[in-house]
Design a binder for this molecule. Structure first.
Ligand code: 13P
Length: 370
């Protein structure tokens, strides 16, 4: 194996001054030292055997890397196969990796069992060996809203014909709230047709992007996962619109405050926060700038300090996500508040992800085709 060694041991503790956080190199195992966490979110990609093959290539290139945590989040269908593959004993004998490889799920549901067709509970994930679970990814909070959200289906019902039909049905029913009846009657009246059309358009075009998973749902998932002993990667991040309106901090404050509500100071140690600005995610987008990442990570750490105190704030891991690649990882990891990355597209390429795990260090390996 012809690989360059890791240039630095990235374990940190931090001290705080003037609302800014600094990190200082620490020896692995030193009290307060933080292991960086580089996690790949494969999203809806790869059948199980391809996931195992990709993991094998990543481990092969990263042989012997022990001072970072590595996370892999295949789709639900790939979890079992990967769980069987990444057993600690096997990893140690085959790749000289320690207990630093974590199997992650991309989402979960908040109930433990029942009539929830298509959902997967934290209990089920824990039972097959999942260690960590991503919760509140922007795909779930917003992007998928256009397919599943209620706003466009409501918009389609905001027509005079539909409302008139509803009024007829309500007239035949007993105990209808007069306020509801009056409101529908008002909206269906001819002079309000334009307002109705405008409202339908607003729901259809503007709100649908925000019609995904709410903060409240995210919070329930956090609690359900922690109760099963899963570590949670709570995602947060502003969309382009919020940034343009200077509402980034307000939005993040809400997402994190609600996401962490009810999490005890003891269990908050099982939490990792991932800042993923929605506008920086995916092909065609560009990673956030170092300054932008830095100020948001400071903001998040200060918020955690307000909620849980300085000790927790100084050890909680905060990751960045959004177009992380082998070229920008070194700059991103040098930011004081950044403890790792949640990687999408680049985590599907073994060589790129391996390089990210090594903070962009050039890796030469025997697989020239990777
Ligand atoms: P990309 O790295 O493809 O921008 O995706 C980031 C992400 O959403 C990880 O969860």
């Amino acid at each position: 194996m012809n690989t360059t060694p890791l240039a630095v041991s990235r374990n940190y503790f931090r001290h705080r001054a003037a609302n800014q956080w600094h990190k200082t190199p620490a020896e692995p195992g030193e009290p307060g030292a933080i292991r960086p966490f580089l996690a790949g979110n494969w999203k809806m990609n790869l059948v199980p055997r391809s996931g195992v093959a990709l993991a094998a290539r990543i481990f092969d290139i990263c042989k012997g890397v022990k001072d970072v945590d590595i996370g892999l989040a295949p789709p639900y269908t790939g979890l079992s196969a990967l769980a069987d593959y990444i057993k600690p004993d096997f990893l140690r004998s085959e790749y000289d990796l320690g207990r630093n490889v974590f199997l992650m799920a991309q989402d979960t549901f908040f109930e433990s069992k029942g009539a929830y067709t298509g959902e997967i509970s934290p209990e089920m994930l824990a039972a097959i060996g999942v260690d960590r679970v991503i919760i509140g990814h922007s795909d779930r909070r917003a992007n998928l809203g256009k397919f599943f959200g209620f706003s466009s289906s409501v918009a389609r019902r905001l027509t005079p014909d539909f409302l008139t039909h509803e009024l007829d049905a309500l007239r035949k029913r007993e105990g209808v709230d007069p306020q509801v009846f009056a409101a529908i009657e008002f909206m269906a009246a001819e002079q309000n047709h334009e307002i109705l059309a405008g409202l339908a358009k607003f729901l259809e075009e503007d709100l649908k992007e925000r019609a995904g998973e709410s903060d409240a749902v995210t919070q329930r998932k956090v609690h359900a996962s922690l109760a099963q002993g899963l570590q949670v990667i709570l995602c947060c991040g502003e969309n382009r619109e919020a940034r343009a309106l200077h509402e980034t901090f307000k939005l993040l404050d809400r997402q994190i405050r609600i996401g962490l509500e009810g999490v005890s100071p003891k269990t908050v140690n099982e939490m990792i926060i991932a800042y993923e600005p929605v506008w920086a995610i995916g092909s065609g987008a560009k990673a956030a700038g170092v300054e932008q990442i830095s100020e948001v990570h400071d903001f998040i750490r200060n918020l955690v300090m307000d909620l849980y105190g300085e000790e927790t704030a100084s050890v909680i891991r905060i990751l960045y996500g959004g177009n992380v690649n082998p070229e920008n990882i070194a700059d991103i990891m040098s930011i004081a508040g950044v403890d790792g990355a949640l990687v999408g597209g680049a985590s599907l390429k073994a060589h790129d992800f391996a390089q990210i795990i090594r903070f962009g260090c050039l890796i030469r390996d025997r697989h020239s085709d990777l």
